[in-house]
Design a protein around this ligand. Structure first.
Ligand SMILES: Nc1nc2c(ncn2[C@@H]2O[C@H](COP(=O)(O)OP(=O)(O)OP(=O)(O)O)[C@@H](O)[C@H]2O)c(=O)[nH]1
Length: 600
């Protein structure tokens, strides 16, 4: 039990890649929280995929002990937050559990779109903020310019920003000292009051069941307590309480201001509502904390096993993943072309990719991903509204009054030499410009864009037209009606539902032609001619023909070498596994996603 004045709870906010995880590693290392030999890079990024992609997905927490210059040892609780836009909800969630933030800005890059988005979330949560300029070891670092930029663009004091290199370790002791001297201790907190704790996050552990990360506001949480979740009403006996250092370490109790975990044999993550208030059955607190907004999926797609025999394994895998990730939704779906699969909802495209990768990699299932789609609101002439999650279910156009689509407010920060390309990209995606301002040589553009035009490949395009210099952030702003129709793709005269998509009426021809041309490249030749068509209702708007060819990979083996021939045939068979049969045509898995990537 630590006195409140010796506790500091904080998070690190940054744009992606500005060095948040590396800084967290250094703080842990310098305070000897982990023995030197156990130190791996990016300790907090536990999952393999996080490690490989270098991104942080799940918020994590760690407790550090720091003997400060004033002679006292402080307990520092760090909540690590994800940096990517899809996971913005997690950022705002964990912010509410701490009192301060380190704002990390890469001194060679400066302020980016997510720097702004994340620091505003911190400001909204009433955080004290310490700016940290990272990567000062790089020759391109310009700490003075970035300091000015922080003041101009964000509007916070930055003259005493700490200059560091999380890579070499320079300046890390100054960061620790700044945490202690410039961030406030937990506000209030009374040990003698009934337990009031915030459920900050929860995750599923194969052996322990659900683990809850909690921040104690008042009272004390101990092993053996019978707790109640005030919103869901569930009651549980606490088996264990502890802290992450970063390994799980049991402690006798958690007191006011402290952050740690509890384990109470809770079966599913969905039984724990993040933002819920935890209290005890015996002496409940009279008032709950204001809860957090639940996260809602915004992008949907179908996931089907390439091999229909994998369906049961896939269901198991999806159920397990959902246990661990309450923001991911799924329901069973059947498709004439693809058989049994699932319609899944995600927070964004990155979230979709992460889940798909995990299914393929951790559970070894080859998947077909259908066109990602947003949720459309379909108003029929009789005044009813239905949500359309899957373009394949689009109703008879004769019954429809109007179709509304979700729109976003997108903020892009970009060096002004690329501004023209960014404006063109946003314009091509049916964007409406809302604002354009300059901060030094960087422009900040704000657009109102249809989410549908962003889900496929907007980030990729933005990165490529700006050579990686643009940054991007968005928020949903609501629904608006537009002229939207369903475009179908027919391969060898068979409609392929998985390639159906919603398109703006003014763009159907261009989009249809591009799809047919792409598919012509992506579908291998067969022994017969294959027409590829795009159609709206019964009207064909574009058509390509894939000419016939006999594909015989063994032809070049001059007959003699039998092992080589066998190897080639095996290779061809393996290649086939990733294909699906549509009527008489085999379509490779990549075609489903690649066909949807647009060139502008
Ligand atoms: N030269 C230099 N590189 C650094 C420094 N700090 C971090 N990096 C590198 O910058 C890259 C991004 O660092 P991360 O710590 O993964 O960035 P992050 O902000 O945690 O990224 P997410 O977790 O994906 O949000 C990595 O390749 C680091 O090695 C630094 O001080 N100097």
């Amino acid at each position: 039990m630590t006195e409140l004045k010796y506790i500091r709870n904080f998070s690190i906010v940054a744009h992606i890649d500005h060095g948040k995880s590396t800084l967290a590693d250094r703080l842990i290392q310098l305070t000897g929280t982990v023995a030197e030999r156990d130190m791996k890079d990016q300790l907090l990024d536990a999952m393999d995929i996080e490690r490989e992609r270098g991104i942080t997905i799940k918020a994590n927490t760690v407790r550090i002990e720091y003997p400060a210059k004033d002679g006292h040892t402080y307990v520092l609780n760090l909540i690590d937050t994800p940096g990517h836009v899809d996971f913005a909800y997690e950022v705002s969630r964990s912010m509410k559990a701490v009192e301060g933030s380190l704002l990390v800005v890469d001194a060679s890059q400066g302020v980016e779109a997510q720097t702004l988005a994340n620091v505003y979330t911190a400001i909204e949560a009433d955080h004290e903020i310490v700016p940290v300029l990272n990567k000062v070891d790089l020759p391109a670092a310009e700490p003075d310019r970035v300091r000015e930029q922080i003041e101009d663009v964000i509007g916070i004091e930055a003259h005493d920003a700490v200059e560091i290199s999380a890579k070499t370790g320079v300046g890390i002791p100054d960061v620790l000292e700044a945490i202690v001297t410039r961030l406030p201790p937990p506000h209030g907190g009374d040990r003698d009051k009934p337990l009031k704790a915030m459920l900050v996050d929860s995750k599923y552990d194969q052996y322990l069941g659900v683990i809850c990360i909690v921040r104690i506001i008042d009272g004390v949480l101990k092993k053996g307590d019978r707790i109640r979740m005030m919103k869901t009403g569930g009651t549980y006996d606490v088996d264990d309480v502890g802290i992450y250092r970063p390994a799980m370490t049991a402690v006798k109790e958690l007191g006011p201001g402290e952050i740690g975990y509890l384990n109470a044999s809770i079966k599913q993550v969905s039984d724990t509502r993040v933002g819920d208030t935890i209290t005890t059955e015996k002496h409940p607190t009279p008032e709950a904390l204001p809860g957090f907004k639940p996260s809602v999926p915004v992008v949907f797609c179908g996931l089907f096993p390439v091999d229909t025999n994998d369906f049961d394994d896939m269901r198991d895998a999806i159920e397990k993943l959902a246990l661990n990730d309450a923001s991911f939704t799924y329901e069973m779906e059947t498709s004439a072309a693809l058989g049994f699969g699932f319609r899944c909802g995600f927070l964004g495209l990155l979230h979709l990719e992460v889940i798909r990768d995990r299914l393929e990699r951790e559970y070894d299932i080859d998947l077909i991903t259908t066109a990602p789609s947003v949720i459309y609101h379909i108003y029929t002439r009789d005044g009813q509204m239905t949500e359309l999650h899957n373009p394949a279910d689009f109703p008879d156009p004769g019954t429809i009054d109007r179709v509304e689509e979700p729109r976003i407010k997108a903020t892009v920060l970009v060096p002004d030499e690329y501004l023209g390309d960014v404006l063109k990209l946003c314009q091509d995606r049916r964007g409406i410009q809302l604002d354009l301002t300059y901060a030094g040589t960087r422009a900040m553009v704000v657009y109102d864009l249809p989410l549908n035009e962003v889900v496929f490949d907007f980030y990729d395009r933005l990165k490529s037209v700006t050579k990686g210099y643009a940054s991007f952030d968005y928020q949903m702003i609501g629904y608006r009606a537009d002229k939207l129709v369903k475009m179908q793709i027919l391969v060898n005269d068979e409609p392929v539902d998985a390639l159906s998509m919603m398109v703006h009426q003014d763009r159907v021809e261009g989009r249809g032609r591009a799809m047919c041309e792409k598919l012509k490249e992506l579908i291998p030749r067969h022994m017969f001619k294959i027409p590829i068509q795009a159609a709206i209702g019964g009207r064909v708007i574009a058509r390509e023909t894939l000419s016939a060819m006999r594909k015989d990979v063994t032809a070049k083996c001059y007959g003699g070498d039998a092992t080589r021939k066998k190897k080639l045939l095996e290779k061809q068979k393996a290649g086939k596994k990733k294909m699906r049969q549509f009527g008489k045509v085999e379509i490779p898995q990549e075609a489903f996603i690649n066909a949807l990537k647009m060139d502008s």
